[in-house]
Design a protein around this ligand. Structure first.
Ligand SMILES: Nc1nc2c(ncn2[C@@H]2O[C@H](COP(=O)(O)OP(=O)(O)OP(=O)(O)O)[C@@H](O)[C@H]2O)c(=O)[nH]1
Ligand SMILES: [Zn+2]
Length: 206
C-alpha cells in the first residue's frame, strides 16, 4: 500500500497517533476556548458542544490514507485525462476556517494509468490538514507527477475562503483560482493551452 505519508515524509501527518486521547484533550481545550469567549457550555444545547467541536475539527484535519491503484497503460493511451469538479474541503492554516470548492486534475499518461477514484482520494488527503490553497494545488500536482511518472500534470483549484467571507474582509462571492503544472503540460504551450481550455469548458461558478 502506498500512502501519501510514505511518498512525502516531510508533510505534517494528521490525526494524532492516539485519536481517542487526542479527542479527549481537544474536547477539554474546546471547552476552555469556548468559555474564554463567553460561550455558556452548560445549557442543554451546548453541553456536548466542546466534544462536537473537537470531533468536527478532527474530521476536517484527518488526512486519510488510501491505496494508490494503478494499471498498465497497455493500449498506449496518449491524450489528456481530465477529472473535473472534485470537491475540495480544506482548512486555512491561518484562521482554521474552512475553504471549499473544486479541483480539476489532468494528466498525460506515461506507462501507467491511475484509478479514477484516487484523484478524489488524493484531493481529500491533501486537503484535510491545515493548508493554504497554493500549497494544496502544488502538492497535488507534484505528488501525482512523482507517484505516477506521467508525461505531465495539471491541477486547478477554485475555492471560496470563509475566512474572507464570514469575517475580516467579509467579501462574499469571491473565489480564488490556483494552478500547478508539471512536465509537458507546463513546458509545451499547445499542451498547456489544451489543458486550460479543457478545464475552462468544465468550469462552473462555485
Ligand atoms: N495566499 C493565501 N492566503 C490565505 C489563504 N487562506 C487565508 N489566507 C490569508 O491569510 C492572511 C492572514 O493575514 P493576517 O493579516 O495575518 O490575518 P488577519 O488579521 O486575520 O487578516 P484579515 O483576514 O485581513 O482580517 C489573510 O490575508 C487571509 O486572507 C490561502 O489559501 N492562500
Ligand atoms: Zn484564513
Amino acid at each position: 500500500m502506498t500512502t501519501l505519508e510514505t511518498e512525502f515524509p516531510d508533510l505534517r501527518v494528521m490525526p494524532s497517533p492516539d485519536a481517542e486521547v487526542g479527542l479527549e484533550a481537544a474536547t477539554r481545550a474546546a471547552q476552555d476556548f469556548l468559555e474564554a469567549l463567553g460561550v455558556d457550555c452548560e445549557t442543554p444545547g451546548t453541553l456536548d458542544s466542546p466534544r462536537r467541536m473537537a470531533k468536527a475539527y478532527a474530521d476536517l484535519l484527518s488526512a486519510p490514507e488510501f491505496t494508490m491503484t494503478t494499471f498498465p497503460n497497455d493500449e498506449g493511451y496518449q491524450e489528456l485525462v481530465l477529472v473535473s469538479d472534485l470537491p475540495v474541503t480544506s482548512v486555512c492554516e491561518h484562521h482554521l476556517l474552512p475553504f471549499t470548492g473544486v479541483a480539476h486534475i489532468g494528466y498525460l499518461p506515461g506507462a501507467r494509468l491511475l484509478g479514477l477514484s484516487k484523484f478524489a482520494r488524493a484531493v481529500e488527503s491533501f486537503a484535510r490538514r491545515p493548508q493554504v490553497q497554493e500549497r494544496l494545488t502544488s502538492q497535488l500536482a507534484h505528488w501525482l507527477h512523482e507517484a505516477l511518472a506521467p508525461r505531465g500534470v495539471g491541477v486547478i483549484v477554485e475555492a471560496s475562503h470563509s475566512c474572507m467571507s464570514l469575517r475580516g474582509a467579509t467579501v462574499s462571492g469571491s473565489t480564488t483560482r490556483t494552478t500547478a503544472l508539471t512536465g509537458a503540460i507546463h513546458d509545451h504551450p499547445a499542451t498547456r493551452a489544451e489543458f486550460l481550455a479543457a478545464v475552462a469548458d468544465r468550469t462552473r461558478r462555485i
